[in-house]
Ligand binder design. Structure first.
Ligand code: FES
Ligand code: FES
Length: 178
């Protein structure tokens, strides 16, 4: 029987065994290989995706359990790598081999959605389930702080926006002569 859910904003319907791990469905059935297989036992975090906004290990998530839910993978975090976490990761040059990084980024994005300004210890607690065999942990922590700054800056109204509003108001008063 077909199982239906949303992946990165797009409805999907898959006819697979209900206990098939979501990770296999994403990679093998839907051809989305950004989410990685590491351990298959919820121990490494390489397979992390968001299910209804929660960071979840897709390797131990039966596809039947996500029927009707919204899934976000690394491919759908932003259309153009503009998510603050992606921008910070590029700026800080976090990845080494890169294998663990889509899982790291999805965990970091979930953390910042719940806690926009995490402390070092909150970052360490949230990211401890994501293992990096290259040992990029220091740069991950730095990039999460940087992503928090970028997110805050993008949420603040621009001073230029205010100036444009003032000019519009002035133009209205003087009949559009500004
Ligand atoms: S592959 Fe899922 S946690 Fe390791
Ligand atoms: S960057 Fe190589 S495993 Fe993390």
């Amino acid at each position: 029987m077909a199982i239906q859910f949303i992946v990165n904003g797009k409805p999907q319907s898959v006819d697979v065994p209900p206990n098939m791990p979501l990770l296999w469905v994403l990679r093998d059935t839907l051809g989305m290989t950004g989410t990685k297989f590491g351990c298959g036992m919820a121990l490494c975090g390489a397979c992390t995706v968001h299910i209804d906004g929660e960071a979840t290990r897709s390797c131990v998530t039966p596809v039947s359990s996500v029927a009707g839910k919204k899934i976000t993978t690394i491919e759908g975090l932003s259309p153009d790598r503009s998510h603050p976490v992606q921008r910070a990761w590029i700026e800080v040059d976090v990845p080494q081999c890169g294998y663990c990084q889509s899982g790291q980024i999805m965990s970091a994005a979930s953390l910042l959605a719940q806690n926009p300004k995490p402390s070092d210890s909150e970052i360490d607690a949230a990211m401890k389930g994501n293992i990096c065999r290259c040992g990029t942990y220091q740069r991950i922590r730095e990039a999460v702080h940087r992503a928090a700054e970028l997110h805050k800056a993008s949420a603040m109204p621009s001073r230029l926006d205010g100036a444009e509003d003032a000019l519009d108001e002035l133009a209205a008063k003087v009949g559009g002569a500004v």
